[in-house]
Design a protein around this ligand. Sequence first.
Ligand SMILES: [Zn+2]
Length: 247
Amino acid sequence: MATTDQAICIRTADYSETSQVVRLLTRGGGVVRLLAKGSKRPRSKSGGRIDLFAEGRCVFGGAGREGLGTLMEFAETTTHAGLRADLDRLHTALYMLELCGALLAEDDPHPEVFDLLHNALGRLAQPDSAPPAVLAYFQYRLLRHAGLLGAMDACVACGAKVSLGGVYFSSSAGGLLCRGCEAAEPEKYAVSPAALAGLAALAAAQAGRRPTFPQKQAHAVNDLLIYHIEYQLGKRLRTARYVRQAK
Ligand SMILES: [Zn+2]
């Protein structure tokens, strides 16, 4: 049975001289892994070689239960070409794809994450957007959706409001730690005033409305969230080091 869905390509690999295996984040079905037979031929039925960030309507069959399905059609509606305008945009976008691939299991639907990625890539492709701020919003919302964000406004151990100075974040404890509680926790990350201010701006922002904050705060939030994500995954993300330097 064939499925039709909206999809964004988050990973590609060559499968043979003429075919690719692609990982698509679909809106209705989550991440699916598909064989795109003959996609590297110029006039293939699936619509030609599929690149990262390609977004469009796809028709596929046979996927599910971790198996490799078959991509039958891919009608690209946007290439998000502006992402390739400079390296900071490109690296930030690549990191977002890696993050979706790492955090989402296959065949597990997350329409909100599809919309989040669609909007973030669209914003990042616009020349007036600031990649660190777009990424901070993306990471924050993605973690919140995945239930991984943790306690970011009060101490996770005692519930006290955290104030500037001596604040830590513990990934294993699941949130911020106040000055009085941090000593008992071996795994922790020192949270800067800039990170706290950025987190407060993100928490106060309404859904779908990106807060504007200084680049320093965006970077501080991103560094903290990357630390948290890598701890949760138990591994380094390949593209994370590039976004740490993005402007
Ligand atoms: Zn505490």
